[in-house]
Design a protein around this ligand. Structure first.
Ligand code: SAM
Ligand code: SF4
Length: 440
């Protein structure tokens, strides 16, 4: 029997897709690369914005046709599966297996019978499951905490993924040990809010302590996603400063620069707190590379509010940013209570923000020209004759393909920068030595 998994959304979904893939393999399934070759197609979904939901709807329409033609088994998992919206789609399009984000370890049971199988529970054994290392991977994700205890008014994640539950540190370290033995050189610790790690379980290390533990394991690069400004505390900044393996790439979503908007978003911090955290990061980690998430056009956002987002961007001078148009999500407080802004207003603000981001990313990228960076080359780039990887600051870096014939860590001198890319030349052996980043 052959299975094909299609993944939408964030790194946590990528991790979960790998987890179910390893369940399928242990059940004797062969994983294939296309729907056409598969007897079972499992779609891992995202419900954070309307766009990925619509993509899943149209994919399910195609899969239903395929099912009518040749008797395909269809599975739906992830955030959308947890919601009424996803369950209605599942009924409409003849989904056979539906698993919420907490029910992934029910997959073997789901595939036992011929009955339609739905599970929306949050199972404890999911936290204990250690997927085997992905074959040939140099970079891997490790989930350290599931769920979210925040209640940002625009966000569906607390509904779909439930409250925060930290994984036992022994399991995390064991999983990383196995990844290291398999040749992985970069680990990304994952959670909706990694800073909260350990808070729900007495006796667990704090996130800062976990960083130190993982940083001592001999993995050349350790990254983490995502942090919340409300609890990005000094001990975390200190742990990063004192642990060379931890990369100084800090993704700290701000969402808006306006206090009025932050309050309506229920973000639990204000502009001054956020900027104080940035000041502290820059003081202790002058070489930090900073990125953020910003939502434009949140209900009630005025031009003045938006100007505050632009001015905050200038104050921080982010290296990178992920920018989203506000998407009203059924089931969230903002959807229920607030009037959405006209689309043209949101699109126009996004365009201005993208201009700002390009200016800053270009400025920041230019600072790297002439510096040596450590690049984890992953594969062939879109640009002909180049391979692509990323440095310790998460910048995409391109080098001539003949200079890095196999994937791995390379020392690269940056020769040229664009707003989105660095171009360089390989100068050194593949030494996994942490390279200090230049002062921004
Ligand atoms: N937990 C992380 C945090 O608090 O920043 C991020 C998780 S969320 C899945 C990823 C990003 O999606 C958020 O930072 C936010 O910018 C964006 N997002 C969430 N809900 C959204 C919505 N309804 N419309 C637009 N963007 C949204
Ligand atoms: Fe969503 Fe806010 Fe939780 Fe992040 S912290 S997952 S944005 S509710």
């Amino acid at each position: 029997m052959r299975a094909h998994i299609i993944t939408f959304g964030c790194q946590m979904n990528e991790y979960d897709s790998h987890l179910v893939a390893s369940e399928l393999v242990s059940l004797g399934w062969e994983l294939v690369e296309s729907v056409e070759e598969a007897d079972f197609v499992l779609v891992n979904t995202c419900a954070v914005r309307g766009k990925p939901v619509e993509k899943v709807r149209s994919l399910l329409g195609q899969l239903r046709k395929e099912k009518e033609r040749r008797g395909l088994l269809i599975g739906l998992m992830g955030c959308l599966a947890q919601l009424d919206e996803g369950q209605q789609m599942a009924r409409k399009f003849g989904v056979d297996v539906l698993l919420g984000p907490g029910a992934l370890t029910s997959l073997p049971e789901a595939l036992k019978g011929n009955e339609r199988f739905w599970d929306l529970t949050f199972k404890e054994d999911l936290l204990d499951y250690i997927p085997p290392p992905p074959k040939g991977a140099l970079s891997a994700h490790v989930t350290i905490i599931r769920g979210c205890n925040h209640h940002c008014t625009y966000c569906i994640v607390p509904t779909t993924r439930g409250p925060e539950v930290s994984r036992h540190p022994d399991l995390i370290l064991k999983e990383i040990e196995q990844l290291k033995a398999a040749g992985v050189v970069e680990i990304t610790l994952l959670g909706q809010n990694v800073n909260s790690y350990g808070k729900d379980q007495p006796g667990f290390p704090s996130f800062a302590e976990l960083l130190r533990l993982v940083g001592r394991m001999g993995i050349p690069r350790v990254r983490f996603l995502t942090s919340h400004p409300v609890n990005f505390t000094d001990d975390i900044i200190q742990a990063i400063a004192e642990t060379p393996a931890i990369t100084r790439y800090i993704h700290l979503p701000v969402q808006s620069g306006s206090d009025r908007v932050l309050r309506r978003m229920a973000r639990e911090y204000r502009r001054a707190h956020y900027l104080e955290r940035i000041r502290r990061i820059r003081e202790v980690l002058p070489d930090a590379v900073l990125s953020t998430d910003i939502i434009v056009g949140f209900p009630g956002e005025t031009e003045e509010d938006f100007q505050e987002t632009l001015s905050l961007y200038d104050e921080v001078g982010y290296d990178q940013a992920y920018m989203f148009i506000y998407s009203p999500r059924p089931g969230t407080p903002a959807y229920k209570h607030f009037q959405d802004l006209p689309r043209e207003v949101k699109v126009e603000r996004l365009q201005r923000l993208i201009e700002k981001q390009k200016e800053w990313s270009y400025r920041r990228n230019l600072e790297w020209v002439g510096k040596t960076v450590e690049v984890l080359v992953r594969g062939v780039a879109k640009e002909e004759g180049y391979v692509q990887g990323h440095d310790r600051g998460n910048h995409p870096v391109l080098v001539p393909a003949h200079q890095a014939p196999t994937p791995g860590l390379y020392q690269v001198v940056v020769k040229q920068a664009t707003p989105h890319l660095l171009f360089g030349e390989v100068v050194g052996a593949r030494e996994p030595a942490p390279i200090p980043l230049p002062v921004a």
